[in-house]
Write a protein that binds this ligand. Structure first.
Ligand code: NAG
Ligand code: NAG
Ligand code: NAG
Ligand code: NAG
Ligand code: NAG
Ligand code: NAG
Length: 347
């Protein structure tokens, strides 16, 4: 079966150049037409909405590489960087607050007030894994590219838990504790994994590790792919690492690239599919085992994980007008899912 693309929403237009040299750090690129940039006319409202430490209206450029997750009545945005114009060149600093945006009240881009929550305990990172656990009323964060050098972050095996307060408008971060510390200590902290939470478990597919995520990779000049899917069960606090061999060692699909592993993708949870839900992964790129080559993962063949069956599947897709309607490959995109009619999902 081939699945049509009825709705495709992407918030990043960055596409992958085939076999591009791997770019591990985020140089600020202030290019016209960059999907993530913000014009200075809109920045007046950004400043009004989020006061502390904001660049002035005329110098704000953009916010980039944050992660976002919904919990209860709020959308939480954490990690990432903010850039401003200083004497004609851009200056970047890490976002130093977790931002809470209410979803239970009406607002417009003129009236929204974003609440800032202290995150001084957390490392400054781009695109951290951010998982929501609605049953336990908590968020978890793990990994991400270090912004600047932080040996506390790259040396330590740590992840963090957010407990909301005040109905979600406030809250606090604390260090979380795994039930099996030894197993957790064996996992490498990822950058650019595809993550989502689904029915009580957090998933982090692939990504890469290097000296900016994990000291055990400090000798590597480029990132090396993490050839597995890390999982974290919120209730039991157990971590695991699911093999990707079945998905990535075949020879008959986008996944049929022996020795290449997924990075820079996006993921969504389809909670009712299969016996225990399914995960759907979007694009990104395949990084070779030695970290030197990458190839785009096309969206005409998408990776799905059946949670109950512990099975990897490749699902063909097509546009309404055939292959031409399939969105172009992309990396570091965002993906969202909503319920459609008759038990379907709109992704
Ligand atoms: C606010 O939203 C309006 C209506 O959608 C839009 O026209 C306008 O450009 C937005 N303004 C900013 C500052 O984003
Ligand atoms: C974030 O950093 C800016 C600039 O250094 C500072 O003005 C602001 O108070 C900081 N905010 C928090 C929540 O730490
Ligand atoms: C910007 O340039 C002016 C003139 O060269 C200089 O005096 C000023 O210190 C610069 N500002 C910063 C923040 O570098
Ligand atoms: C470094 O990371 C630790 C947590 O791993 C954090 O507490 C600390 O604030 C970070 N420091 C900087 C400068 O980012
Ligand atoms: C999971 O296991 C694979 C295969 O052994 C390994 O390559 C990968 O680094 C592991 N993942 C993490 C996050 O440590
Ligand atoms: C929903 O399913 C019913 C029964 O199969 C069908 O008659 C109906 O057309 C479907 N509705 C939509 C919007 O697909």
């Amino acid at each position: 079966m081939r699945v049509p693309w009825p709705v495709a929403i992407a918030c990043s237009t960055v596409t992958v150049a085939a076999a591009a040299a791997s770019q591990m750090h985020d140089d600020e690129i202030r290019s016209v037409g960059d999907g993530a940039s913000t014009s200075s006319s809109s920045s007046a409202h950004v400043e009004a909405r989020q006061a502390s430490g904001n660049p002035a209206v005329d110098s704000f450029i953009r916010r980039f590489h944050p992660s976002a997750a919904r919990l209860g009545d709020y959308l939480y945005v954490d990690g990432g960087s903010i850039s401003r114009l200083v004497n004609d060149s851009s200056q970047v600093r890490a976002m130093n607050a977790t931002v809470a945006i209410p979803l239970n009240e009406a607002w417009t881009n003129q009236t929204l007030t974003m609440r800032e929550i202290d995150r001084t305990l957390l490392p400054n990172v781009n695109l951290p894994v951010l998982w929501a656990d609605p049953a336990g009323n908590a968020l978890y964060t793990y990994g991400g590219d270090s912004i600047g050098t932080n040996s506390t972050y790259t040396r330590a095996q740590q992840y963090f838990k957010f407990t909301p307060a005040g109905g979600g408008r406030d809250g606090s971060w604390s260090e979380a504790t795994p039930a099996d510390a030894f197993k957790f200590s064996q996992l490498y902290k990822p950058a650019r994994s595809a993550f989502t939470s689904c029915n009580g478990v957090g998933y982090s597919l692939g990504g890469y590790a290097y000296g900016g995520t994990d000291d055990r990779f400090s000798g590597a000049d480029s990132g090396l792919p993490l050839a597995g899917m890390a999982t974290y069960d919120f209730a039991t606090r157990l971590w695991d690492n699911v093999s990707l061999a079945d998905a990535f060692s075949g020879g008959n699909s986008a996944g049929g690239m022996p020795g290449y592993y997924p990075t820079n993708g996006a993921a969504v949870c389809l909670p009712d599919l299969g016996g225990a839900g399914a995960l759907m992964f979007f694009g990104g790129r395949g990084l070779s085992a030695n970290g030197r080559d990458s190839v785009p993962l096309q969206l005409n063949d998408m990776l799905i994980y059946d949670i109950a069956g512990k099975r990897w599947l490749w699902q063909g897709t097509r546009g309404a007008d055939g292959a031409a309607g399939v969105p172009r490959h992309r990396r570091d995109a965002c993906a969202a899912v909503g319920r459609g009619r008759n038990g379907t999902y709109e992704v």
